[in-house]
Design a protein around this ligand. Structure first.
Ligand SMILES: Nc1nc2c(ncn2[C@@H]2O[C@H](COP(=O)(O)OP(=O)(O)OP(=O)(O)O)[C@@H](O)[C@H]2O)c(=O)[nH]1
Ligand SMILES: [Mg+2]
Length: 436
C-alpha cells in the first residue's frame, strides 16, 4: 500500500556519565579528582534524499534509537561522541511532533535536514566539583537522557505538474507518453497505487529558442467520488495534489458521460481545498483515437469554454495532440527564473525545547507532589542517587531553584512523595538539618 503518513518513535542517545575518579600516581598518596566528562549522545536527524519517493521504509520499522555517548574516563578524558543517526526521507516530507501536532520542519529541498530528537549532554566528571573546601568530591553527573518523542511524517509530493482524474482515465499512459517514466498501465481502475514521477522535456525539437524548462510530472492515483472525505485513500492523494503548480485534469473522452466524470473530480478537489480550483489547470480530453471520444469532444469543449477552462484533445496512446499539450503546459508553467522556488515555504524549524525554566509544583494526589521545570528535571535525571554526596547535592539544587520553598508552601509533609521527572523521592522531616 502506498504510505504517505507514518508515526515513528525516536530515542536519541543518552549522554555518557561523567567519571568519578582520582589521580593515582606512584608518589602521590591521595591525588585530586580527575574524572572526565561523558560524551554527548547521538541525535536523530531527518535528511532529504533524492533517491527516496515514499515513506515506505518507515512502515516496517517504527523505532529508532541513536547511540549513547561514552562515559568519561580517568585522567580527565572525555567520553566518546557518536555520529548522529540520519534517516533519509523523500522531498516533501513534513515532520511533526505527534503529541503537540507542532510542525518541526517542512523538508522540501534535497539535502535539507532537521533534528528531530536531541542527544543528551554528557555528565560532568568529578574534576568539576572540587572546591577549596571540598577537594575530593565523589560527585559526578550522570549523562542527560536523550530526547524521546513520537514523530509523525507526512509526505506531500512536490511536482510541477500533477495528473488528476478518475481511475482508468489514462493518467499513467499520459505520463509514459510525456516522460521516460514507465508506470504500470492496465485496463482496470486503481492500477496506480502510488504516485509516479517523470521529467518532461519542453524543448521539443530543440533549436536556439528551445524551452529550457524540465518540469516534473506526477501521476497521482485515481480519485473517486468521496475522495475528499477519505474514500479510496483520497486524503493521501489529494495531499499530493496540493503541492503541484499546475493541474492536468485527465478525462476519459470515451466514457459514458465525460462531463459528469469531469464534475466529480472538480467537486472532490473543491471539497478538499477550494484553492485547488484556482491552480492553473489544463483539461486533457483523452482517448481521441476512439470514436466515442471524438464524437463527445465538441460538446465537452464548449461546456469547459463556458467555465473559461483551457482544454486540449489528446490520445495518450497514439501521441495525437501531444504538441498542443506541451505548448499549453509551457504557457501555464511559471517562467524558468521562478522555478527553483519550492511551492511551500520551505524549511520551518521551531525550537525543540521551549519549556520554561521556572519551577512549579503540582499536587498529583494525596501526599504526592510533582516538581516541574526543565532545569530541575534535567538535574534529577543526571543525579546518581546511590551516591550520598550526589543525592545531597540534588537537595541543594532543589533549594537553590526554589522548589524547596514552593513545596513547603504547597503544604508538603514528612513521608510525602516528591516526583521530579522520572525520579521519586521521599520527603523527610527537615531534610537538610544535618547539614546546617
Ligand atoms: N484507446 C485508448 N486507450 C487509452 C488511452 N490512454 C489510456 N488508455 C487505456 O486506458 C486504460 C487505463 O489507462 P491508465 O493509463 O492505466 O489509466 P490511469 O488513469 O492511470 O488509471 P489508474 O491508475 O487506475 O488511476 C489502459 O488500458 C490504457 O491502455 C488512449 O489515448 N486511447
Ligand atoms: Mg495509473
Amino acid at each position: 500500500m502506498f504510505l504517505d503518513r507514518v508515526k515513528v518513535l525516536l530515542k536519541a542517545g543518552d549522554g555518557g556519565a561523567g567519571a568519578s575518579t582520582f589521580r593515582r600516581e606512584a608518589h602521590v598518596p591521595r591525588g585530586g579528582p580527575d574524572g572526565g566528562d561523558g560524551g554527548r549522545g547521538s541525535s536523530i536527524v531527518f535528511r532529504v534524499d533524492a533517491g527516496q519517493t515514499t515513506l515506505r521504509d518507515f512502515q516496517y520499522r517504527h523505532h529508532y534509537r541513536a547511540t549513547p555517548g561514552g562515559g568519561g574516563q580517568r585522567a580527565r578524558r572525555h567520553g566518546k561522541v557518536g555520529d548522529d543517526l540520519v534517516l533519509d526521507v523523500p522531498p516533501g516530507t513534513a515532520v511533526y511532533d505527534d503529541a503537540s501536532g507542532e510542525l518541526i520542519a517542512d523538508l522540501v529541498a534535497v539535502g535539507q535536514e532537521a533534528m528531530a530528537a536531541r542527544g543528551g549532554r554528557g555528565g560532568l566528571g568529578n574534576v568539576h566539583f572540587a572546591t577549596s573546601t571540598h577537594q575530593a568530591p565523589r560527585h559526578a553527573q550522570k549523562g542527560e537522557p536523550g530526547e524521546e518523542r513520537w514523530i509523525r511524517l507526512e509526505l506531500r509530493l512536490i511536482a510541477d505538474i500533477g495528473l488528476v482524474g478518475l481511475p482508468n482515465a489514462g493518467k499513467s499512459t499520459l505520463l509514459a507518453a510525456l516522460t521516460a517514466a514507465t508506470p504500470k498501465i492496465a485496463d482496470y481502475p486503481f492500477t496506480t497505487l502510488e504516485p509516479n514521477l517523470g521529467v518532461m522535456d519542453l524543448a521539443g525539437d530543440g533549436g536556439i529558442d528551445a524551452d529550457q524548462r524540465r518540469p516534473t510530472v506526477a501521476d497521482v492515483p485515481g480519485l473517486i467520488e468521496g475522495a475528499s472525505s477519505g474514500a479510496g485513500l483520497g486524503h493521501a492523494f489529494l495531499r499530493h495534489v496540493e503541492r503541484t503548480r499546475v493541474l492536468v485534469h485527465v478525462v476519459d473522452g470515451a466514457s459514458r458521460d465525460a462531463g459528469w466524470d469531469f464534475d466529480v473530480i472538480r467537486e472532490e478537489l473543491r471539497a478538499h481545498d477550494p484553492v485547488l480550483l484556482e491552480k492553473p489547470t489544463l483539461v486533457a480530453f483523452n482517448k481521441m483515437d476512439l470514436p466515442a471520444a471524438s464524437e463527445a469532444w465538441p460538446a465537452f469543449r464548449a461546456a469547459r469554454k463556458r467555465d473559461s477552462l483551457r482544454t486540449v484533445a489528446i490520445s495518450a496512446a497514439t501521441g495525437e495532440g501531444m504538441d498542443a499539450f506541451r505548448s499549453a503546459i509551457a504557457e501555464l508553467l511559471p517562467p524558468l527564473e521562478d522555478e527553483s522556488l519550492p511551492e511551500p515555504s520551505g524549511i520551518v524549524v521551531h525550537r525543540l525545547d521551549a519549556a520554561p525554566d521556572r519551577v512549579t509544583i503540582r499536587r498529583e494526589s494525596e501526599g504526592v507532589y510533582r516538581v516541574v521545570g526543565r532545569r530541575i528535571e534535567r538535574l534529577a535525571a543526571q543525579t546518581d542517587f546511590t551516591i550520598e554526596e550526589s543525592a545531597e547535592r540534588f537537595q541543594r539544587d532543589l533549594e537553590r531553584l526554589g522548589a524547596d520553598a514552593e513545596l513547603r508552601r504547597a503544604g508538603i509533609e514528612p513521608g510525602d512523595t516528591v516526583i521530579v521527572g522520572s525520579v521519586e523521592l521521599a520527603w523527610e522531616a527537615e531534610p537538610w538539618s544535618a547539614r546546617r
